[in-house]
Design a protein around this ligand. Sequence first.
Ligand code: FAD
Length: 305
Amino acid sequence: PFDVLVVGGGPAGASAAIYAARKGIRTGVVADRFGGQVADTVGIENFISVPYTEGPKLVAHLEEHVKEYDVDVMKAQKAVGVRKTDSGLTEVELSNGAVLSGKSVILATGARWREMNVPGEQEYRNKGVAYCPHCDGPLFKGKKVAVIGGGNSGIEAAIDLAGIVEHVTVLEFSDTLRADAVLVKKAESLPNVEIIKQAMTTEVLGDGQRVTGLQYKDRETDETHIVELAGIFVQIGLVPNTEFLKDTVTLTERGEVVIDDHGQTSIPGIFAAGDCTNVPYKQIIISMGAGATAALGAFDHLIRN
Ligand code: FAD
C-alpha cells in the first residue's frame, strides 16, 4: 500500500503529494485530469508572488514540481469508491476495476460548475453557453449576453462582461440578489447591465449552430419571456466532485467533505483538501495550503498508528 494516496491532481492534490513525498514516505496520486480547474483557467493574477500566469502554464509547473519527487502519478484514472478495510487500510476503487490502497488517503477531487439542466444547455455548450467569463468573455465582444445567477460570481461576471460586451442581462431565480452589496451597487450603476429577479431560465434557444436567445419564466406572473442574445454565462455555483464518497465520509448538505483543522475527515486516516471540502473560499492558493495541511495531518496520523 501507499503511505499516502492522494485522489485528485489539482492544486490541492499536487501540494499534498509534494508535502507527503518530502517526508520520504511512499506517495501516489490518482487523477482523472491532472491540473483540475486550473487547466481551464486563462489569466491568474492572485497566485501570490507570481503577478501573472496562465492556467496551462501553472499546471505544467505543478506537474514539474511533483515530478521532482518520487511520486507515483496515475493520470486519467477515476476513483469510483473509497472504503476502509478491517486491517485499517483505505481502499480506493478505480473505474477500470483496479483497487489501490493507502495507509492514509487524501481526497482532493475539487469541484465543477453547476449546470442549469434546461433544454438546449448541453446542445449549445461552447456554442454560446459558457461557464467561465474570464475565459470566454472576449468571444462575445460587442454582443448581447446573459448571466444566470445573482450571487457573487454572477454579479462579478456581469460587471466584468459589461466592459466587453454590448449588454448584459442578469437573471436571478429568487427575489433578492445574494451578492455583496458593493457588487450589486456597482452592477446597478452600469448602463448596459439589466437585472431581472424572480426569473427561472427554462430553455436555451439556438439556430442549430449557435445560441440565439433564452426563454425564462417570470415566477411572479408565470409569464414566459424571450431574450435575444449570443451568449449565456451560467454562474449558479460549484458542485463538489464527491458523489462517490457519499457512503464513506461525512458530507455537508451541499456535498462538501467535512474536515477538521488537520484536514481530517470523519474517518481517521482519510483526509481531504481544497474545493471538495467545506472551506469557505475556493481558490488556488487556499487549496494548496489545504493540501499541505492534509499531508502533514496524514503524516502525523501515520507516525501515531
Ligand atoms: P480542482 O482544481 O478541481 O482539481 C480536482 C482534481 O481532482 C482534478 O485533477 C480532477 O481531475 C480530479 N478528480 C475529480 N474527481 C475525481 C475522481 N473521482 N477520481 C480521480 N480524480 C478526480 N482560483 C484562483 O485562485 N485564482 C483564479 O484566477 C481562478 N480562476 C478560476 C477560473 C476558472 C475558469 C475556474 C474553473 C476556477 C478558477 N479558480 C481560480 C479556482 C481554482 O481553480 C480552484 O479553487 C482550484 O483549482 C481548486 O483546486 P483543487 O485541487 O481543490 O480542485
